[in-house]
Ligand binder design. Structure first.
Ligand SMILES: Nc1nc2c(ncn2[C@@H]2O[C@H](COP(=O)(O)OP(=O)(O)OP(=O)(O)O)[C@@H](O)[C@H]2O)c(=O)[nH]1
Ligand SMILES: [Mg+2]
Length: 616
């Protein structure tokens, strides 16, 4: 048996999915987290049941790729049961999808989730009345508290039913549906889709195409608008029968402050600055301790042990890689992920997106791309996957370029570890400022020169919540584990290769070749070029490799403040990491990926050169 978890974005599908199946998936207080299918299994009454977490959608008749994917599963009856998850705090809007699902005559159970927040907001829903109106069983749940989650599978396996609340459409639509049913022998639901241009049966599509112009003539609006209006009307009728609202308390709405330019922007700047400061303070504190321990226990003994030079080189490379990775980068990576998970779960990230959108509007940039951009602060890779949801190629292109410039966690590690640690917090903030200005300028230029029409943004604010510790820990652990199992081994192997290359004089050849450029244009020593190159593997490796090559974690003994600053700026901007390039070329095509890589290369080197010119 197969159960599909379906519902609007951000209603808790993934959380319920992982509670049912134990499969860890990304859960966030963010619409559009899940963009692909995720499958898990549960055992119930000795049978294996497959559960699939579907991406969040508002309706089955939209044109974006998630809607298409989910619609396909419905039309092909890919699941035996649909467990429809509704957000109790936005019931009316969520009912739209229910009404549509009912038209497909599929077995459905309704999971009325987020009932805890509804109760807090003074919303009561008459569950029995709702269930009898729509003809399917309904259970109230609060997934974040685990409430009633255990009832979902028993209910879905034995009580799922096709619903019984037919939407009454406008007379012309009804007539059109009847004639399509007769002519092409289709179901009501498929006839409605065909009238909106969705379907594969040529007979049906042709018949629909001849009817549609008449309806449009009659009503002066599109068939899609007519159908949607009728469904909204039905949804609002149901909601008015089952929802009661108590007047909410007098507590002031924090969004009033957070989403206005004033005082929202100052709050946001203060917030981001304190986040960076915390990452730096905790990170550097841990760093000092761990580096000293490694120095004392591993590095010094190897240096003084008197091994054969080749063996000593290899051992030392390994030791310095471990020291640079675990001692220097890890404390920042760890602190950053913990903090960003906290912020994401609280819902504040979307407020930042909302504000950024308002600010960007002033520069003539429209905001759909903002959510993925803000997501890019964590990691560019999922952010770029998120641009699939953007409506047009134009929006996707602009977003792809801008996201690759957003300082992700790895770049924050570089900025905190090099600039904040050795030069100062103000310098680190100024570096962010430079990057933000470059993003805005790039955005403005791109929005002028990219063909197509700008789209507005419908940004929904998820509720502000107290972050849940377990979710924050699980999510940051996912990232931290990735650092430990992917980045660390990569760093160790690269470090040994670098050590050997250094031993046999290969690095010197390369560095000597690029040294004139590095020294004259960027004012950096030749070995910095190798570090920059390694930064393409993973961004924070630029920093770690710099330490490996400098042979010390105390960078100011080998580089001046200006050199450190320029190095951090160049490695922040210059060419995205390999994973980002890979996902860029998957989502946008290799030509776009290559163009973006070239652009950031020029931008990074250019910005470094300008700084060098100004300050030397
Ligand atoms: N208070 C409360 N929060 C919930 C409940 N269920 C889920 N959440 C929170 O809602 C947010 C969204 O959860 P997800 O499981 O990622 O939502 P989703 O439906 O998979 O979202 P998309 O993948 O974006 O479509 C997370 O912050 C959850 O912790 C609930 O019952 N009560
Ligand atoms: Mg999800």
């Amino acid at each position: 048996m197969k159960i599909g978890l379906i519902g609007n974005p951000n209603v808790g599908k993934s959380l319920i999915f992982s509670q049912l199946t134990g499969v860890g998936v990304e859960i966030s207080n963010y619409p559009g987290t899940t963009v692909d299918l995720c499958t898990g299994t549960v055992c119930h009454n000795r049978t294996q049941i497959e559960v699939v977490d579907l991406p969040g959608i508002y309706s089955l008749d939209g044109a974006n790729s998630e809607e298409e994917l989910v619609r396909d599963t419905v039309v092909k009856r890919a699941f035996d049961v649909y467990a429809l998850i509704l957000d109790a705090t936005h019931l009316e809007r969520n009912l739209y999808l229910l009404l549509q699902l009912i038209e497909f005559d599929l077995p459905v159970v309704v999971i009325l989730n987020i009932i805890d927040e509804a109760a807090k907001a003074g919303i009561t829903i008459d569950i029995d009345r709702l269930s009898s109106l729509i003809g399917v069983p309904v259970i109230p749940t609060a997934a974040s508290l685990g409430r009633n989650i255990d009832q979902i599978i028993p209910l879905a396996t034995s009580h799922a039913r096709a619903g019984t609340y037919p939407v009454e459409y406008d007379l012309h639509i009804e007539a059109a549906v009847r004639s399509l049913e007769r002519l092409a022998g289709t179901s009501r639901a498929e006839a409605l889709l065909a009238l909106q241009g969705f379907g594969t049966d040529p007979v049906l599509m042709e018949a629909a195409a001849t009817i549609v112009p008449e309806i449009i003539d009659e009503h002066r609006m599109s068939v899609h608008q007519l159908i949607a209006a009728n469904r909204h009307h039905a949804a609002s009728r149901i909601a008015s029968e089952v929802v009661t609202r108590n007047t909410p308390g007098l507590f002031s709405d924090p969004d009033q402050y957070l989403t206005r330019i004033f005082p929202g922007v100052p709050i946001m700047v203060a917030f981001l600055a304190s986040m960076l400061t915390i990452v730096f303070v905790i990170g550097s504190y841990l760093e000092e301790i761990i580096v000293d321990i490694f120095e004392f226990l591993i590095v010094s003994p190897i240096k003084t042990a008197g091994f054969d030079p080749l063996i000593s080189e290899v051992l030392l490379s390994l030791a310095i890689a471990i020291q640079a990775g675990l001692g220097v980068a890890f404390p920042y990576v760890f602190t950053f992920y913990l903090l960003i998970s906290l912020v994401e779960d609280s819902g504040y990230m979307t407020r930042i997106a909302f504000l950024a959108d308002r600010v960007m509007h002033r520069f003539g940039l429209h905001g759909q791309a903002i959510i993925p951009m803000v997501l890019g602060l964590g990691c560019n890779v999922p952010a770029i996957m998120g641009i699939r949801q953007l409506g047009t190629r134009r929006e996707r292109t602009i977003a792809a370029v801008l996201i690759t410039m957003v300082p992700c966690s790895a770049r924050t590690v570089i900025i905190a570890g090099i600039v904040a640690a050795f030069i100062g917090i103000a310098a680190a903030l100024s570096l962010y400022l430079i990057v933000i200005v470059l993003i805005v300028v790039t955005g403005v230029i791109l929005s002028r020169i990219t063909p197509g029409n700008p789209l507005g943004m419908v940004l929904e604010l998820p509720p502000l919540r107290t972050p849940r510790l377990s979710q924050v820990i699980t999510r940051s652990w996912l990232h931290i584990r990735e650092f430990l199992v992917i980045a660390m081994p990569l760093l160790m192997v690269s470090s040994v290769i670098l050590g050997l290359a250094g031993f046999y004089g290969i690095t010197a050849l390369f560095q000597n070749a690029v040294a004139p450029f590095m020294e004259n244009v960027l004012g950096l020593p030749g070995f910095a070029s190798t570090a920059l190159l390694f930064g393409i593997l993973r961004k924070e490796m630029a920093f770690e490799t710099l330490i490996v090559l400098a042979g010390t974690a105390n960078l100011p003994t080998v580089l001046t403040s200006l050199q450190l600053y320029i190095f951090a700026l160049v490695s922040t901007l210059f060419v995205p990491c390999i994973s980002t390039i890979a996902v860029l070329s998957r989502e946008m095509g290799w030509k776009t990926a290559l163009l973006i890589a070239c652009y950031t290369l020029v931008l990074g080197l250019g910005a470094g050169a300008v700084l060098h010119l100004i300050f030397v």
